[in-house]
Design a protein around this ligand. Sequence first.
Ligand SMILES: [Zn+2]
Length: 398
Amino acid sequence: MTIAFVDGRVFIGDGKILEHATVLVDGERIVKVAQGNVAVPNDARKVSLAGMTLLPGIIDCHVHLCLDAGPDPMTSLIKESQSMIALKAARFALQTLMAGVTSVRDMGARHGVDLTIRDAIRSGMIPGPRMLASGQMICMTGGHGWQMGREADGPFEVMKAAREQIRAGADVVKFMATGGIMTAGVEPGSEQFTEEELRAGIQEAHKAGRKPATHAQGTQGILNALRAGIDSIEHGIFLDEETISLMLKKDVPLIPTLSAPYNIENKGTAAGIPDYAVDKTLRVKPFHLESTRMAHKAGVRVAMGTDAGTPFNVHGENLYELKRMVEVGFSPTEAIQSATQIASQVLGLEQELGTIEEGKLADIVVVEGNPLEDVDILLKSEAIQLVIQGGKLVKGEW
Ligand SMILES: [Zn+2]
């Protein structure tokens, strides 16, 4: 059956906005996008968009469905059974979808639980966003994220670790180029994998047609990853002129994940977040905000990612990241574009997702009012009226 969305504001995803537009969906695909009234099949289900805005399904480029967003999720994670981690992840996947997030890229899970969740969603067994999964993140021995990662040292082992993730079914391979916040005893600014180690792993990912991504916070680690041929920079806390110009030259996107430090600072040690995580966050946060501003101003492609699952960075509150982006100078339109068109490019799915265009998969969110003027609208769950994934209604009523 054809679904006809009529008389509404449509955000295409590339920055363009149509008013009083019609969008036709047939099966799982968008078949028509037009300004004004167009011929609608008689038996089509008509959905009026009066007072609403239709957006492409939101894409979160950086989540961890294995982390529970408690005060110390890494420590609680290693105490939990593999089956409990998977059950919780299934629940978090549903919460994420209900927020209008129809696709995610999972950036690393203990035991590679994200691979199982992805397959369960793909087969229709459980509801959740379309997922690209990375399996276990690859880090140096004792490096950031070792609690949930595959430790590897030296180019040969990093290459082997990448091959293991690909064998297990990873869509993306994640490498840890620097220290981070949530691991005790490592510094966000410190270099971890060397350029040679990163190059060995990145080549393996590219050979297998996968996009490698890197957790990269310190300047030297970011530089190593860029020189080694990485496809995206996650966090990018200490960017400088050199790293930004290299990102522009190589067209490498930044996924800042502003929600992660925001929530750690906001809740603090009083909420049970470990001292070391709060201390590190307070030290690096001004640099992180400034780096994001610089990258945005310089014209680096910035994609939305939350790092959902980190302390109080709750699955299903993903769209708060858009507010964080607006706070550092993005317009609401730019922020939403970063979570649709640009995010689809980061996933390598720009032919299928990310914009409202004929031929694309019908991943659609219909929201009350106009989030292109006020992005805060997207933070209210009742404002997310309809969530459609591949032409199927997964939230709301029509
Ligand atoms: Zn992360």
